[in-house]
Design a binder for this molecule. Structure first.
Ligand code: ATP
Ligand code: MG
Length: 554
């Protein structure tokens, strides 16, 4: 992993034996949504540091909020972290496993006059809290006796009170310039079943409290989180210091990942799903890792991306093309080549005998001869891409036009002799051509006829129909996350479905998740959700080049 400031801190700590030579990190998702590409940055950082320093990284579900969490999310998070290539070994934890410990520590804080039950309404608590420029004031309940506090807190746990009637607060300093230290709430009453603990609890600890205690209980050494928690660090340290657990984790913050044309808030992503703007959390246009996987992103390309963007404290908005380029680089090296014709138009080679066919050999990868070749059948009737032909060519168009010559990849040079259109609609029906018999690829002298265009083709006698899904960015606005109404920025053309495309037969034996380069068109993979054995669906992950910044590119 590349150098970054957190790495340097760990190196220093190890050098000065600050953590007894240990490195333990954790990735602490709240199971209230699917993981997204921003989480990948945190996962790669935490697991990467543990790997590089021969330490351990825990996967810990921060499941302290019973109403928003679900096992569907837990399962997908586990699958996704594994898919990304990381392993927590036996270190899978749940904050809810520590509820009893958190509770006991809370009683001990009460006993030391470091916590009290407050009975102000939520509104009054807010009012008493003060503002950034004015100090807060003490709650009239702040000086309750230890005995009263204990009785009340136990009754809170026993279910005597309704939601909101009381809270447990730390007794720190209502005048602190840091709002997080103005007697933060650490427990609230919530009569809600928890997906793991069921109805065992009706009081739940707040994140700042439970998180610090979880880190200490697991003997985490470096607790790495995003910058919005920087102001919470004094509270984190306070809890660690007073919790009486023989372990002293430290918190470090880095800036979160923001990507252009992408929204990263889980709440808004859930909204996209609920409003039906996408087909689900794993819609290939979503920035979720489940969506990227289904789109055709490889785990390696995402790890490369996280490596490339680095880790710092500077807020930034990364261009989404950086992510797309990481995938292109990966698949250019690793994806076998195949032929597909997305918008087929009929091409008849009039001087090629009817009923005759021959085999043309196409390499599976241009740089790896050891990957072998596959057979494409050449026949009198073929299909090519509709936009590889122009009746009246524009300047610079080197593909097929009346009278022009192009090479059909892996086969012959052909000369276009004419075309038929529908007399009523003007729609192109058939293109006619002659082949030049001496020009078959791979035979001596094949290159003597020089051509500028080189196009792909398929024989309908061999090719099979497939559905193709062309995805584009979900948003037209470079920063949809900050818009008041992101719906206005949705890209109406973010999904184009082609029903009449043809693909070479080898693609019918494809495994879900395997990616291919469709020559001249981009990188595609079999859709793992909607594909059927006899009606495959291919998703385009990315085009061959960035066509957004370079509209002419193809
Ligand atoms: P929520 O708004 O629900 O809290 P969250 O994105 O913070 O959403 P968590 O499940 O709490 O979600 O995140 C788990 C970890 O991933 C946290 O440590 C968080 O800091 C980190 N993380 C979340 N979003 C990003 C991001 N965009 N870039 C880097 N790290 C992130
Ligand atoms: Mg969070």
């Amino acid at each position: 992993m590349a150098a970054n400031f957190i790495r340097q801190i760990i190196e220093e700590d190890l050098k000065h034996n600050q953590t007894s030579g240990r490195v333990a990190t954790r990735f602490p998702p709240e199971p209230n949504g699917y993981l997204h590409i921003g989480h990948a940055k945190s996962i790669c950082l935490n697991f990467g540091l543990a790997r590089d320093f021969e330490g351990q990284c825990h996967l810990r579900f921060d499941d302290t909020n019973p109403t928003k969490e679900d096992t569907e999310y837990v399962d997908s998070i586990i699958d996704t972290v594994r898919w990304l290539g990381f392993d927590w070994g036996s270190h899978l934890y749940y904050a809810s496993d520590y509820f009893e410990r958190c509770y006991a520590i809370a009683e001990s804080l009460i006993n030391r006059e470091l916590a009290y039950v407050d009975s102000l309404s939520a509104e009054h608590i807010r009012e008493y809290r003060g503002t950034l420029t004015s100090p807060g004031k003490n709650s009239p309940f702040r000086e309750r006796s230890i005995a009263d506090n204990l009785t009340l807190f136990r009754a809170m746990r026993a279910g005597t009170y309704q939601d909101g009637e009381h809270v447990l607060r730390l007794k720190i300093d209502m005048a602190s310039p840091n709002m997080n230290l103005r007697d933060p709430i650490i427990y609230r009453i919530r009569h809600a079943a928890h997906w793991r603990t069921g109805n065992a609890w009706c009081i739940y600890p707040m994140y700042d409290y439970a998180h610090a205690i979880s880190d200490a209980l697991e003997s985490i050494t470096h607790s790495i989180c995003t910058l919005e928690f920087e102001d919470h660090r004094p509270l984190y340290d306070w809890v660690i210091q007073h919790a009486d657990i023989p372990s002293e984790p430290h918190q470090y913050e880095f800036s979160r990942l923001n990507l252009t044309f992408t929204m990263m808030s889980k709440r808004k992503l859930l909204d996209l799903v609920n409003q039906g703007h996408v087909s689900g959390w794993d819609d290939p246009r979503m920035p979720t890792l489940a969506g990227l996987k289904r789109r055709g992103y490889s785990p390696g390309s995402i790890r490369t991306f996280c490596e490339r963007i680095g880790v710092s404290k500077a807020e930034s908005l990364i261009d989404v093309t950086v992510l797309e380029d990481c995938l292109r680089e990966d698949l250019n090296l690793n994806a076998p080549r195949r032929v597909a014709v997305l918008h087929p138009v009929k091409l008849i080679i009039d001087n090629y005998p009817e009923g005759m066919s021959e085999v043309c050999l196409a390499p599976n990868h241009p740089h790896y001869p050891e990957w072998g070749k596959r057979e494409l059948l050449f026949t009198r009737e073929l299909v090519i891409e509709r936009d590889d032909f122009m009746q009246q060519p524009v300047k610079g168009f080197f593909r097929l036009t009346p009278g022009s010559e192009v090479r059909l990849r892996y086969a012959y040079v052909i000369r276009c002799t004419g075309f038929d259109v529908d007399p009523h609609t003007g729609e192109l029906l058939t293109i006619h051509a002659e082949y030049l018999p001496e020009t078959k690829s791979g035979t001596p002298g094949a290159d003597t006829v020089k051509v500028k265009g080189n196009i792909h083709w398929l024989s309908p006698s061999q090719a099979l129909k497939a559905e193709i899904r062309l995805f584009d960015r979900l948003f037209k606005d470079p920063n949809p996350g900050v818009l008041e109404n992101y719906e206005q920025a949705l890209n109406p053309d973010s999904l184009i479905v082609l029903k009449d495309s043809l693909v070479e037969p080898q693609l019918f034996n494809t495994q879900a998740g395997q990616s291919f380069q469709f020559e001249r068109l981009g990188y595609f993979c079999l859709d793992e959700v909607d594909s059927q054995p006899h009606s495959p669906i291919f998703n385009r992950a990315v085009s061959l080049r960035d066509t957004w910044n370079n509209p002419k590119g193809k």
